[in-house]
Write a protein that binds this ligand. Structure first.
Ligand SMILES: Nc1nc2c(c(=O)[nH]1)N[C@H]1C(S)=C(S)[C@@H](COP(=O)(O)OP(=O)(O)OC[C@H]3O[C@@H](n4cnc5c(=O)[nH]c(N)nc54)[C@H](O)[C@@H]3O)O[C@H]1N2
Ligand SMILES: Nc1nc2c(c(=O)[nH]1)N[C@H]1C(S)=C(S)[C@@H](COP(=O)(O)OP(=O)(O)OC[C@H]3O[C@@H](n4cnc5c(=O)[nH]c(N)nc54)[C@H](O)[C@@H]3O)O[C@H]1N2
Ligand SMILES: [Mo]
Length: 769
């Protein structure tokens, strides 16, 4: 008998019909005007064949004990009982801590996990490891690695750029011109960490256009902006040159707002010397940018004049900073907006990530959300998050980061819960070698992802639909109850229960659980939160029965309006209190790859460089339209997009014809780092010489024992370079990679990505006999 139940994912709230322990169908949240197609991945996800059904240990780890090995990902697993798993894992954690210290555990566990304030995998793991004495952690994200370091130095914050961004309703009402680098799409704004109950992007853009507003979408892909727009498709990676050219026109035509630059910024003069070519002999003219970007110089001149004449918002998508020198695009975007002098005016100024995530343009909550307490980490050692392979491969080596020299720790145990490095990290052959260096890899997962298949100890987790929780996000007005739809599948357990059992073996149970079960925590977190609010909310049981709770928001925001109105009373948290067009601090670091003002640096992976001779196609490895990262890759929406079971790669008709390829072909995508198969889609919505292969197809090596094997399924991270944005931020650079594409004529290898590995029962296990 189907029963109806409401829940929340990062891509939206929904009601599900639940039948025989699984989601049978989903209905979007009643108030969501533009629900995400990603909801289509949910039916069948609870009992999917790729679920981890019980605890499992890699054969070699069980037989030979912990230690470095290149066999990870290529061996069978042995099914063990929960008791045995707990015993083995507790013993290994104790061994690593006693022998090498807590720093030897890499417990950062980057990843998106699932929505839920209590059963949030990383929060559970971090609290647990802190009670054991701590772990090596990571800073910032794959999303915003460059922004997270550069923007606090330029505008005193990175978080407020998103949390307190100009609201969509203000843009729809006041903006006349949106100049969007990277577009402003609805593909990505489906998603909000913690969940969304509204998706306003499409409607806001429609109302802006109805008012006569214009959208200029500067992006290699036409569909990066929803609805009608002027589509300008430059050579990928040349946006900073384009922004500099627009700035050049403003500077030489007397269109820059000198007063705003004087009162609200520092260092414009230093920057202008560079802009005009006085410091390096190269004026950043529209002609100069045209040669790099392929955009006509006249168009750039005309656009700059229009930007100065109209209420204009400069939007920079997050993708622009997920490349080598990624610090420059947001810095230059703010500088360009500062020259226009409209920062802090309704509908003018700067936006960073409209169309990247749903929180942009959504009103922030006036209150915090209920929180699972974390405690402090006694270990101070950290890495910038995307340096994980570097860390594992180079223990003891020094590296640059944000003005400091840091040293990589010597990691013995990698512990992951709620993330998938075989989704998120670059150069996967290198990651496999890096993981080969440690003694033990532990992974908590509901699904047999490639990361789970590369683990020594695999801990089966529940999905959010098998446990009670609630969730919301800081830029969404509703706290949503997530009652369990069904009991845990097979032998899966909540991460909380797993850690509670481990905590018991390791003598920290009382501190970890504080005597509460999951429902006890949900109530406690809610009551603690409610007690600190300055307004009344229903009791926990009233909220739970109602299923949702609307919270007050701060509406009508314009980013930095206070600062604009009075920069002395509302200074930015920068050394000068103003926007740092020139940063003395960054200049003082003396980095060759990030100077004291925004600048054009030749990209590492781009069509204008020497690498393009052998790799003539620019691959945009963007976020998938059909799923969140690698999550539910085996779901309906995701599978429907595949071509002969492979991830689709989009190519311009001209490029396909030149290679004798037709739509529906399986092609080989390759460079000097690796190769993968993909299914060809021919489409003129791309700039020629650009191909697009989104992230998220589960890594599927043709021969798992070969560390350099071709991925038969289409994961672009076998191709991407594992290199930081710059010495400043060392952020992720996975957005761009140069490749070649050819027909694949061999016999088609099967896709096994969504199949579990070989698991033998303990009774058939020779190590017990
Ligand atoms: N080339 C390239 N690479 C990229 C990017 C790019 O643009 N290009 N983008 C980057 C970006 S911005 C990001 S944010 C990362 C995303 O990388 P990740 O966040 O690591 O990717 P996800 O697929 O969301 O991984 C989350 C995992 O958590 C698991 N999970 C869900 N709920 C639970 C739970 O309750 N318990 C446990 N134990 N596990 C759970 C899911 O099954 C899934 O495997 O990828 C980055 N990688
Ligand atoms: N459906 C869906 N939505 C998501 C996610 C997902 O996995 N699926 N992930 C979420 C996460 S964690 C994050 S961090 C955000 C990321 O948000 P973004 O970083 O903005 O996402 P991308 O899809 O990588 O890039 C957006 C667009 O930028 C364009 N672009 C790429 N390179 C260039 C360039 O050099 N110049 C210009 N002008 N444009 C360029 C690409 O065509 C691309 O489609 O998305 C979030 N939203
Ligand atoms: Mo992200």
């Amino acid at each position: 008998m189907a029963k109806s139940s409401t829940s929340l994912t990062h891509w939206g709230a929904f009601t599900a019909d639940v039948d025989h322990g699984d989601i049978a169908s989903v209905h979007p949240w009643h108030a969501d005007a533009d629900p995400s197609p990603l909801l289509g991945n949910l039916p069948g996800s609870i009992r999917h064949r790729s679920r981890v059904t019980g605890p499992a240990v890699r054969r070699g780890w069980l037989d030979d004990g912990p230690g470095p090995t290149t066999r990870r990902g290529a061996e069978e697993f042995v099914a063990v009982s929960w008791d045995e798993l707990t015993e083995l894992l507790a013993g290994e954690l104790r061994r690593v801590i006693d022998t090498y210290g807590n720093e030897a555990i890499y417990g950062s566990s980057y990843g998106w996990a699932s929505a839920g304030r209590f059963h949030h995998a990383q929060s559970q793991l971090h609290r647990f490891l802190k009670l054991l004495g701590g772990y090596t952690f990571s800073r910032h994200s794959y999303s915003l690695g460059a922004t997270g370091v550069i923007m606090p130095r330029v505008v005193g914050t990175h978080d407020d750029l998103f949390k307190r961004s100009t609201e969509w309703s203000v843009i729809a009402e006041h903006s006349e011109l949106l100049v969007c680098f990277g577009g402003v799409g609805i593909k990505n704004s489906a998603v909000n960490p913690g969940g969304s109950t509204e998706h306003p992007t499409r409607t806001a853009l429609d109302s802006l256009r109805e008012r006569g507003g214009r959208v200029v979408s500067i992006s290699p892909l036409r569909d990066d902006t929803s609805g009608e727009c002027d589509w300008w498709a430059p050579v990928p990676g040349t946006d900073v040159a384009i922004m500099l050219a627009l700035a050049h026109v403003l500077a030489v035509e007397g269109l820059a707002d000198r007063e705003f630059l004087q009162t609200h910024c520092v260092g414009y003069d230093r920057f202008e010397r560079y802009l005009l070519g006085k410091s390096d002999g190269i004026p950043k003219t529209p002609q100069w940018a045209a040669a790099l970007s392929g955009l006509p110089a006249d168009d750039l001149v005309a656009l700059a004049r229009q930007m100065a004449a109209h209420r204009t918002i400069v939007m920079v998508s997050w993708s622009l900073q997920r490349v080598r020198h990624g610090e420059q695009a947001p810095w230059m975007g703010v500088t360009l907006a500062a020259m226009l002098g409209q920062i802090g005016l309704p509908g003018g100024g700067f936006g960073h990530g409209y169309g990247s995530q749903n929180e942009l343009g959504m009103a922030p909550l006036r209150c915090p959300l209920p929180t699972f307490p974390q405690g402090a980490n006694p270990v101070n050692t950290f890495i910038p998050v995307a340096a994980v392979s570097d860390m594992l491969l180079h223990p003891g080596e020094e590296f640059d980061y944000d003005g400091r020299r840091l040293t990589y720790p010597d990691i013995k145990c990698v512990y992951w819960a709620g993330g998938n490095p075989f989704h998120h990290h670059q150069n996967l052959p290198r990651l496999r070698r890096a993981l080969g260096r440690v003694d033990t890899v532990v992974v908590h997962e509901p699904y047999w992802t490639a990361m789970a298949k590369h683990a020594d100890v695999v801990v089966p987790s529940t999905t959010p639909f098998e446990r009670d929780d609630y969730s919301g996000s800081r830029n969404d007005p509703v706290l949503v109850a997530m009652p369990a739809m069904t009991k845990p599948y097979a032998d899966a357990r909540d991460d909380y229960s797993t850690f509670a059992a481990l905590a018991e073996r390791l003598g920290v149970e009382a501190a970890f659980t504080e005597g509460r079960d999951a429902m006890g925590w949900l109530t406690h977190m809610y009551d603690t939160w409610a007690g600190r609010l300055d307004f009344e909310v229903p009791t926990f049981s009233e909220f739970w029965a109602a299923g949702s709770l609307r919270l007050p928001t701060e509406t009508g925001l314009t980013l930095l309006s206070d600062f604009r109105a009075d920069p002395v009373a509302h200074p930015l948290r920068t050394p000068s209190g103003r926007i740092e067009v020139f940063s003395t601090v960054i200049d003082g670091f003396g980095y060759g790859d990030c100077a004291g003002h925004p600048a054009w640096y030749e990209p590492q992976e781009w069509l204008g460089g020497r690498r393009a001779v052998d790799h003539p196609l620019h691959l945009v490895a963007n976020q998938p339209a059909t799923r969140l990262h690698s999550q539910l890759d085996g779901g309906r929406t995701s599978l429907n997009s595949k071509v002969q079971g492979r991830e689709p790669i989009r190519m311009h008709p001209q490029d396909a014809e030149r290679r004798g390829l037709t739509a529906g072909d399986v092609v080989r995508v390759f460079n000097d780092r690796g190769s993968c198969l993909a299914g060809l889609v021919v489409d003129d919505a791309l700039r020629p010489n650009v191909v697009q292969l989104s992230t998220g197809a589960w890594y599927d090596p043709e021969d798992p024992a070969d560390l350099d094997a071709m991925c038969v399924h289409g994961n672009p991270n076998v191709l991407t370079a594992d290199v930081g944005t710059s010495s400043l931020a060392q952020g992720c650079t996975g957005a761009h990679v140069l490749v070649q594409v050819e027909a694949f004529d061999g016999p088609l290898p099967p896709v096994r990505a969504h199949q579990p590995p070989t698991i033998v029962e303990r009774s058939q296990d020779r190590s017990t006999t």
